[in-house]
Ligand binder design. Structure first.
Ligand code: APR
Ligand code: PHB
Length: 390
Protein backbone atom coordinates (compact mmCIF):
# COMPACT_ATOMS: atom_id res chain seq x y z
CA UNK A 1 0.00 0.00 0.00
CA UNK A 2 1.18 3.54 -0.75
CA UNK A 3 -0.01 6.73 0.89
CA UNK A 4 1.21 10.26 1.48
CA UNK A 5 1.10 10.29 5.30
CA UNK A 6 1.02 7.11 7.40
CA UNK A 7 -0.38 7.84 10.85
CA UNK A 8 0.34 5.49 13.76
CA UNK A 9 -2.43 5.57 16.39
CA UNK A 10 -6.10 6.52 16.36
CA UNK A 11 -6.32 8.52 19.59
CA UNK A 12 -7.36 12.17 19.34
CA UNK A 13 -3.99 13.16 17.77
CA UNK A 14 -4.11 10.63 14.95
CA UNK A 15 -7.81 11.13 14.25
CA UNK A 16 -7.64 14.93 14.19
CA UNK A 17 -4.54 14.87 12.00
CA UNK A 18 -6.08 12.36 9.62
CA UNK A 19 -9.22 14.47 9.21
CA UNK A 20 -7.28 17.72 8.73
CA UNK A 21 -5.15 16.10 6.02
CA UNK A 22 -8.15 14.54 4.27
CA UNK A 23 -9.94 17.91 4.31
CA UNK A 24 -6.96 19.27 2.34
CA UNK A 25 -7.10 16.37 -0.13
CA UNK A 26 -4.00 14.62 1.26
CA UNK A 27 -4.03 10.84 1.26
CA UNK A 28 -3.42 9.18 4.61
CA UNK A 29 -3.97 5.93 6.51
CA UNK A 30 -4.24 5.41 10.25
CA UNK A 31 -2.86 2.18 11.72
CA UNK A 32 -4.24 1.36 15.19
CA UNK A 33 -3.21 -1.49 17.48
CA UNK A 34 -6.54 -1.76 19.32
CA UNK A 35 -10.03 -2.57 18.05
CA UNK A 36 -12.59 0.16 17.39
CA UNK A 37 -14.71 -0.71 20.45
CA UNK A 38 -11.70 -0.41 22.73
CA UNK A 39 -10.67 2.97 21.29
CA UNK A 40 -14.25 4.26 21.59
CA UNK A 41 -14.71 3.23 25.19
CA UNK A 42 -11.55 4.62 26.81
CA UNK A 43 -12.46 7.13 29.50
CA UNK A 44 -10.22 10.19 29.50
CA UNK A 45 -10.51 13.85 30.48
CA UNK A 46 -13.29 16.10 29.29
CA UNK A 47 -12.43 19.80 29.17
CA UNK A 48 -11.88 21.29 25.70
CA UNK A 49 -10.07 24.54 24.97
CA UNK A 50 -11.08 26.69 22.01
CA UNK A 51 -8.01 25.33 20.16
CA UNK A 52 -9.74 21.93 20.17
CA UNK A 53 -13.32 23.08 19.54
CA UNK A 54 -12.03 25.31 16.69
CA UNK A 55 -10.48 22.27 15.00
CA UNK A 56 -13.78 20.36 15.27
CA UNK A 57 -15.57 23.37 13.73
CA UNK A 58 -12.95 23.69 10.98
CA UNK A 59 -13.58 20.02 10.16
CA UNK A 60 -17.36 20.38 10.30
CA UNK A 61 -17.57 17.51 12.81
CA UNK A 62 -19.05 19.60 15.60
CA UNK A 63 -22.83 19.07 15.48
CA UNK A 64 -23.02 16.74 18.49
CA UNK A 65 -20.33 18.61 20.42
CA UNK A 66 -22.16 21.93 19.87
CA UNK A 67 -25.47 20.36 20.94
CA UNK A 68 -24.26 18.38 23.96
CA UNK A 69 -21.10 20.17 25.17
CA UNK A 70 -21.45 22.33 28.27
CA UNK A 71 -20.01 25.84 28.07
CA UNK A 72 -18.11 26.60 31.29
CA UNK A 73 -17.53 30.27 32.10
CA UNK A 74 -15.59 29.60 35.29
CA UNK A 75 -14.06 27.00 37.59
CA UNK A 76 -13.14 26.87 41.26
CA UNK A 77 -10.11 26.30 43.46
CA UNK A 78 -10.91 25.23 47.01
CA UNK A 79 -9.08 24.66 50.25
CA UNK A 80 -11.09 23.63 53.25
CA UNK A 81 -14.37 25.55 53.20
CA UNK A 82 -13.11 28.29 50.89
CA UNK A 83 -14.15 28.35 47.24
CA UNK A 84 -12.19 30.70 44.97
CA UNK A 85 -14.06 31.17 41.70
CA UNK A 86 -11.97 31.91 38.64
CA UNK A 87 -14.34 33.76 36.33
CA UNK A 88 -12.69 32.85 33.06
CA UNK A 89 -15.31 34.60 30.95
CA UNK A 90 -14.94 37.96 32.74
CA UNK A 91 -11.15 37.63 32.93
CA UNK A 92 -10.44 36.43 29.39
CA UNK A 93 -13.65 36.87 27.38
CA UNK A 94 -13.45 33.15 26.62
CA UNK A 95 -14.71 29.82 28.00
CA UNK A 96 -13.93 26.11 27.98
CA UNK A 97 -16.28 23.29 26.98
CA UNK A 98 -17.06 20.13 28.91
CA UNK A 99 -17.30 17.33 26.31
CA UNK A 100 -15.70 13.94 26.98
CA UNK A 101 -12.67 12.90 25.00
CA UNK A 102 -14.51 9.61 24.52
CA UNK A 103 -17.34 11.43 22.70
CA UNK A 104 -14.93 13.45 20.57
CA UNK A 105 -13.13 10.25 19.58
CA UNK A 106 -16.44 8.60 18.61
CA UNK A 107 -17.44 11.60 16.48
CA UNK A 108 -14.10 11.56 14.64
CA UNK A 109 -14.26 7.81 13.99
CA UNK A 110 -17.90 8.00 12.83
CA UNK A 111 -17.03 10.75 10.32
CA UNK A 112 -14.00 8.89 8.90
CA UNK A 113 -15.59 6.74 6.13
CA UNK A 114 -17.53 9.59 4.48
CA UNK A 115 -14.32 11.64 4.33
CA UNK A 116 -12.14 8.90 2.92
CA UNK A 117 -10.10 8.55 6.11
CA UNK A 118 -8.95 4.93 6.34
CA UNK A 119 -8.46 3.53 9.84
CA UNK A 120 -6.95 0.06 10.08
CA UNK A 121 -7.89 -1.28 13.52
CA UNK A 122 -6.34 -4.29 15.24
CA UNK A 123 -2.98 -3.90 13.52
CA UNK A 124 -0.45 -6.21 15.14
CA UNK A 125 3.35 -5.75 15.34
CA UNK A 126 3.30 -2.20 14.02
CA UNK A 127 6.86 -1.14 13.14
CA UNK A 128 8.39 1.92 11.49
CA UNK A 129 11.11 1.70 8.86
CA UNK A 130 13.47 4.03 7.02
CA UNK A 131 12.45 7.27 8.71
CA UNK A 132 15.94 8.65 7.91
CA UNK A 133 15.49 8.08 4.20
CA UNK A 134 13.16 9.37 1.46
CA UNK A 135 10.65 6.56 1.57
CA UNK A 136 9.70 5.60 5.10
CA UNK A 137 7.24 2.79 5.75
CA UNK A 138 5.01 1.27 8.40
CA UNK A 139 4.64 -2.48 8.56
CA UNK A 140 2.04 -4.46 10.47
CA UNK A 141 -0.12 -7.56 10.42
CA UNK A 142 -3.88 -7.37 9.97
CA UNK A 143 -6.11 -10.45 10.02
CA UNK A 144 -3.02 -12.64 9.69
CA UNK A 145 -1.85 -10.81 6.52
CA UNK A 146 1.28 -8.69 6.58
CA UNK A 147 0.96 -5.20 5.25
CA UNK A 148 3.59 -2.62 4.26
CA UNK A 149 2.53 0.98 3.95
CA UNK A 150 4.99 3.18 2.07
CA UNK A 151 4.60 6.89 2.71
CA UNK A 152 6.21 10.30 2.27
CA UNK A 153 5.93 10.98 5.99
CA UNK A 154 5.03 9.11 9.18
CA UNK A 155 3.11 10.79 11.99
CA UNK A 156 3.73 9.10 15.35
CA UNK A 157 0.43 9.64 17.17
CA UNK A 158 0.71 6.43 19.16
CA UNK A 159 0.63 7.76 22.71
CA UNK A 160 3.15 7.36 25.50
CA UNK A 161 3.74 3.61 25.01
CA UNK A 162 3.75 3.45 21.21
CA UNK A 163 6.72 2.52 18.97
CA UNK A 164 7.32 5.88 17.25
CA UNK A 165 9.23 7.67 20.00
CA UNK A 166 11.33 4.52 20.55
CA UNK A 167 12.60 4.75 16.96
CA UNK A 168 14.06 8.17 17.75
CA UNK A 169 15.50 6.95 21.05
CA UNK A 170 17.14 3.99 19.25
CA UNK A 171 18.68 6.43 16.74
CA UNK A 172 20.33 8.17 19.71
CA UNK A 173 18.50 11.46 19.36
CA UNK A 174 16.45 11.63 22.56
CA UNK A 175 16.16 14.93 24.38
CA UNK A 176 13.79 14.14 27.22
CA UNK A 177 12.70 15.71 30.51
CA UNK A 178 10.64 14.00 33.16
CA UNK A 179 9.11 14.43 36.57
CA UNK A 180 7.04 11.80 38.32
CA UNK A 181 4.70 12.64 41.18
CA UNK A 182 4.43 10.52 44.31
CA UNK A 183 0.67 9.91 43.92
CA UNK A 184 -2.06 9.04 41.46
CA UNK A 185 -5.70 9.94 40.81
CA UNK A 186 -8.52 7.53 41.52
CA UNK A 187 -11.42 8.42 39.20
CA UNK A 188 -15.10 7.48 39.20
CA UNK A 189 -17.68 8.07 36.48
CA UNK A 190 -21.38 7.78 37.37
CA UNK A 191 -24.77 8.76 35.99
CA UNK A 192 -25.64 11.22 38.72
CA UNK A 193 -26.03 15.00 38.44
CA UNK A 194 -22.84 16.97 39.20
CA UNK A 195 -22.55 18.43 42.71
CA UNK A 196 -21.72 21.87 41.35
CA UNK A 197 -22.38 23.71 38.06
CA UNK A 198 -18.63 24.30 37.57
CA UNK A 199 -15.51 22.21 38.21
CA UNK A 200 -13.97 22.32 41.70
CA UNK A 201 -10.27 21.54 42.22
CA UNK A 202 -9.83 21.06 45.97
CA UNK A 203 -6.73 20.97 48.16
CA UNK A 204 -8.08 19.05 51.15
CA UNK A 205 -6.14 18.00 54.27
CA UNK A 206 -6.49 14.40 52.99
CA UNK A 207 -5.22 15.34 49.55
CA UNK A 208 -6.43 16.66 46.21
CA UNK A 209 -9.96 16.07 44.92
CA UNK A 210 -11.71 17.15 41.72
CA UNK A 211 -15.42 17.42 41.05
CA UNK A 212 -15.97 17.35 37.28
CA UNK A 213 -18.72 16.28 34.93
CA UNK A 214 -19.55 15.01 31.47
CA UNK A 215 -23.12 16.34 31.23
CA UNK A 216 -26.00 17.56 33.40
CA UNK A 217 -26.61 13.93 34.38
CA UNK A 218 -23.12 12.41 34.41
CA UNK A 219 -20.43 13.19 37.01
CA UNK A 220 -16.71 12.54 37.06
CA UNK A 221 -14.79 12.75 40.34
CA UNK A 222 -11.17 12.13 41.29
CA UNK A 223 -9.23 11.93 44.53
CA UNK A 224 -5.50 11.80 45.19
CA UNK A 225 -4.31 8.33 46.24
CA UNK A 226 -0.88 6.95 47.09
CA UNK A 227 0.95 4.91 44.46
CA UNK A 228 0.48 1.73 46.46
CA UNK A 229 -3.31 1.96 46.55
CA UNK A 230 -5.46 -0.17 44.26
CA UNK A 231 -9.00 0.26 42.95
CA UNK A 232 -9.96 -2.77 45.10
CA UNK A 233 -8.99 -0.75 48.19
CA UNK A 234 -11.82 1.60 47.32
CA UNK A 235 -15.29 0.03 47.45
CA UNK A 236 -17.71 2.51 45.85
CA UNK A 237 -19.27 3.49 49.20
CA UNK A 238 -15.90 4.37 50.67
CA UNK A 239 -15.17 6.65 47.73
CA UNK A 240 -18.62 8.30 47.81
CA UNK A 241 -18.25 8.91 51.56
CA UNK A 242 -14.90 10.56 50.96
CA UNK A 243 -16.24 12.70 48.09
CA UNK A 244 -19.27 13.75 50.15
CA UNK A 245 -17.06 14.73 53.06
CA UNK A 246 -14.99 16.95 50.79
CA UNK A 247 -17.60 18.40 48.44
CA UNK A 248 -20.86 18.54 50.43
CA UNK A 249 -19.76 21.61 52.43
CA UNK A 250 -18.62 23.62 49.38
CA UNK A 251 -20.77 22.49 46.45
CA UNK A 252 -24.18 23.79 45.46
CA UNK A 253 -26.06 20.48 45.38
CA UNK A 254 -23.96 18.05 47.39
CA UNK A 255 -22.59 14.78 46.05
CA UNK A 256 -25.25 12.48 44.51
CA UNK A 257 -24.30 8.77 44.55
CA UNK A 258 -24.85 6.13 41.90
CA UNK A 259 -23.30 2.94 40.55
CA UNK A 260 -19.85 3.45 39.04
CA UNK A 261 -19.68 3.20 35.25
CA UNK A 262 -15.90 3.17 35.54
CA UNK A 263 -13.26 3.41 38.27
CA UNK A 264 -9.53 3.52 37.66
CA UNK A 265 -6.25 4.83 39.06
CA UNK A 266 -3.81 6.80 36.90
CA UNK A 267 -0.32 7.90 37.95
CA UNK A 268 0.73 11.52 37.43
CA UNK A 269 3.71 12.46 35.31
CA UNK A 270 5.21 15.45 33.53
CA UNK A 271 7.24 14.42 30.48
CA UNK A 272 8.57 16.18 27.38
CA UNK A 273 10.41 14.46 24.54
CA UNK A 274 11.83 17.41 22.67
CA UNK A 275 12.96 15.53 19.56
CA UNK A 276 9.56 15.73 17.92
CA UNK A 277 11.02 15.33 14.43
CA UNK A 278 13.51 12.80 13.17
CA UNK A 279 13.92 12.61 9.40
CA UNK A 280 10.47 11.96 7.99
CA UNK A 281 8.92 10.98 11.31
CA UNK A 282 6.96 13.59 13.30
CA UNK A 283 5.60 12.97 16.81
CA UNK A 284 2.37 14.51 18.10
CA UNK A 285 0.35 14.29 21.32
CA UNK A 286 1.11 11.84 24.12
CA UNK A 287 3.83 10.22 21.98
CA UNK A 288 5.91 13.32 22.73
CA UNK A 289 4.62 14.63 26.03
CA UNK A 290 2.57 13.90 29.12
CA UNK A 291 1.06 16.42 31.52
CA UNK A 292 -0.46 15.60 34.88
CA UNK A 293 -4.25 15.90 34.44
CA UNK A 294 -4.54 18.92 36.76
CA UNK A 295 -5.73 21.56 34.27
CA UNK A 296 -6.88 19.10 31.58
CA UNK A 297 -4.20 20.01 29.06
CA UNK A 298 -3.43 16.56 27.56
CA UNK A 299 -6.01 16.44 24.80
CA UNK A 300 -5.72 20.16 24.10
CA UNK A 301 -1.96 19.90 23.61
CA UNK A 302 -2.51 17.00 21.24
CA UNK A 303 -4.87 19.29 19.29
CA UNK A 304 -2.35 22.12 19.05
CA UNK A 305 0.48 19.80 17.94
CA UNK A 306 -1.73 18.44 15.23
CA UNK A 307 -2.88 21.90 14.12
CA UNK A 308 0.79 22.88 13.59
CA UNK A 309 1.66 19.58 11.92
CA UNK A 310 -1.34 19.58 9.57
CA UNK A 311 -0.60 23.14 8.43
CA UNK A 312 3.03 22.19 7.82
CA UNK A 313 2.14 19.10 5.77
CA UNK A 314 -0.50 21.03 3.82
CA UNK A 315 2.09 23.73 2.94
CA UNK A 316 4.46 20.96 1.79
CA UNK A 317 1.91 19.41 -0.57
CA UNK A 318 0.19 22.61 -1.77
CA UNK A 319 3.17 24.85 -2.36
CA UNK A 320 6.30 22.72 -1.91
CA UNK A 321 7.04 24.97 1.06
CA UNK A 322 8.82 23.10 3.88
CA UNK A 323 9.43 26.03 6.19
CA UNK A 324 6.59 25.01 8.53
CA UNK A 325 7.83 21.41 8.63
CA UNK A 326 11.23 22.73 9.72
CA UNK A 327 9.57 24.91 12.34
CA UNK A 328 7.15 22.24 13.61
CA UNK A 329 9.17 21.10 16.60
CA UNK A 330 9.97 24.63 17.83
CA UNK A 331 6.40 25.88 17.40
CA UNK A 332 4.89 22.86 19.12
CA UNK A 333 7.41 22.90 21.99
CA UNK A 334 6.82 26.58 22.73
CA UNK A 335 3.20 25.81 23.55
CA UNK A 336 3.93 22.43 25.17
CA UNK A 337 6.37 23.86 27.73
CA UNK A 338 3.89 26.55 28.75
CA UNK A 339 1.17 23.96 29.26
CA UNK A 340 3.65 21.74 31.13
CA UNK A 341 4.43 24.66 33.41
CA UNK A 342 0.76 25.37 34.12
CA UNK A 343 -0.10 21.70 34.78
CA UNK A 344 2.93 21.36 37.09
CA UNK A 345 2.04 24.61 38.89
CA UNK A 346 -1.58 23.59 39.49
CA UNK A 347 -0.45 20.11 40.57
CA UNK A 348 2.00 21.59 43.11
CA UNK A 349 -0.57 24.08 44.37
CA UNK A 350 -3.44 21.64 44.85
CA UNK A 351 -1.90 18.33 46.07
CA UNK A 352 -0.52 17.19 49.40
CA UNK A 353 2.99 15.85 48.74
CA UNK A 354 4.04 13.00 51.02
CA UNK A 355 7.10 14.05 53.01
CA UNK A 356 6.38 17.75 52.69
CA UNK A 357 5.48 19.38 55.96
CA UNK A 358 3.65 22.32 57.44
CA UNK A 359 5.84 24.93 55.76
CA UNK A 360 4.96 23.75 52.25
CA UNK A 361 1.32 23.66 53.18
CA UNK A 362 1.53 27.25 54.47
CA UNK A 363 3.05 28.18 51.10
CA UNK A 364 0.06 26.64 49.31
CA UNK A 365 -2.33 28.51 51.57
CA UNK A 366 -0.45 31.77 51.05
CA UNK A 367 -0.56 31.27 47.29
CA UNK A 368 -4.29 30.56 47.38
CA UNK A 369 -4.78 33.66 49.59
CA UNK A 370 -2.95 35.65 46.95
CA UNK A 371 -5.05 34.14 44.15
CA UNK A 372 -8.25 34.89 46.09
CA UNK A 373 -7.32 38.56 46.46
CA UNK A 374 -5.56 39.34 43.20
CA UNK A 375 -7.29 39.84 39.89
CA UNK A 376 -3.90 39.73 38.18
CA UNK A 377 -3.23 36.22 39.55
CA UNK A 378 -6.72 35.09 38.64
CA UNK A 379 -6.25 36.38 35.13
CA UNK A 380 -2.94 34.54 34.74
CA UNK A 381 -4.61 31.30 35.87
CA UNK A 382 -7.67 31.90 33.68
CA UNK A 383 -5.72 32.59 30.49
CA UNK A 384 -3.71 29.41 30.95
CA UNK A 385 -6.82 27.40 31.77
CA UNK A 386 -8.70 28.47 28.61
CA UNK A 387 -5.54 27.74 26.65
CA UNK A 388 -2.79 29.95 25.27
CA UNK A 389 -3.22 30.97 21.63
CA UNK A 390 -1.62 28.96 18.85
N1 APR B 1 0.57 0.55 16.95
C1 APR B 1 -0.53 1.27 16.60
N2 APR B 1 -1.19 2.05 17.45
C2 APR B 1 -0.72 2.13 18.69
C3 APR B 1 0.44 1.42 19.12
C4 APR B 1 1.07 0.59 18.19
N3 APR B 1 2.15 -0.15 18.52
N4 APR B 1 0.65 1.71 20.42
C5 APR B 1 -0.32 2.57 20.79
N5 APR B 1 -1.15 2.81 19.76
C6 APR B 1 -2.38 3.61 19.77
C7 APR B 1 -3.16 3.48 21.07
O1 APR B 1 -3.93 2.27 21.09
C8 APR B 1 -4.03 4.71 21.02
O2 APR B 1 -5.24 4.50 20.33
O3 APR B 1 -2.09 4.98 19.68
C9 APR B 1 -3.19 5.71 20.24
C10 APR B 1 -2.65 6.83 21.10
O4 APR B 1 -3.75 7.57 21.60
P1 APR B 1 -3.68 8.39 22.95
O5 APR B 1 -2.93 7.64 23.97
O6 APR B 1 -5.06 8.82 23.27
O7 APR B 1 -2.75 9.67 22.59
P2 APR B 1 -3.10 10.96 21.72
O8 APR B 1 -3.91 10.64 20.53
O9 APR B 1 -1.81 11.68 21.55
O10 APR B 1 -4.07 11.79 22.65
C11 APR B 1 -3.62 12.57 23.70
O11 APR B 1 -5.42 11.56 24.81
O12 APR B 1 -4.47 9.77 25.86
C12 APR B 1 -5.08 10.97 26.06
O13 APR B 1 -4.34 11.89 28.08
C13 APR B 1 -4.15 11.87 26.71
O14 APR B 1 -5.64 13.56 26.61
C14 APR B 1 -4.47 13.10 26.03
C15 APR B 1 -4.75 12.76 24.64
C1 PHB C 1 -12.32 15.22 33.79
O1 PHB C 1 -13.49 15.63 33.75
O2 PHB C 1 -12.03 14.04 33.58
C2 PHB C 1 -11.23 16.18 34.11
C3 PHB C 1 -11.52 17.53 34.20
C4 PHB C 1 -10.54 18.43 34.52
C5 PHB C 1 -9.26 17.99 34.74
C6 PHB C 1 -8.94 16.64 34.62
C7 PHB C 1 -9.94 15.73 34.31
O3 PHB C 1 -8.29 18.88 35.07
Amino acid sequence: MKTQVAIVGSGPSGLLLGHLLRAAGIDCVIVERQGRAHVESRIRAGVLETVTTDLMHRLGISARMDAEGLIEDGFNLADGERLIRIDIKALTGRHVMVYGQTELTRDLIAAAPERGLKILFEAKDVALHGVDGDRPAVSCEIDGESLDIEADFIAGCDGFHGPSRKVIVAAGHAREYEREYPFGWLGILADVPPCHPELIYSNDPCGFALASMRSATRSRYYIQVSLTEKVEDWPEDRLWDELARRFDPISQHGVARGPALEMSIAPLRSYVFETMRHGRLFLAGDAAHIVPPTGAKGLNLAASDVAYLADALIAHYRSADDRLLTLYEARALARIWKAERFSWYLTKLMHRFPGEGAFEHRMQTAELDYVAGSQAMQKAIAENYVGLPL
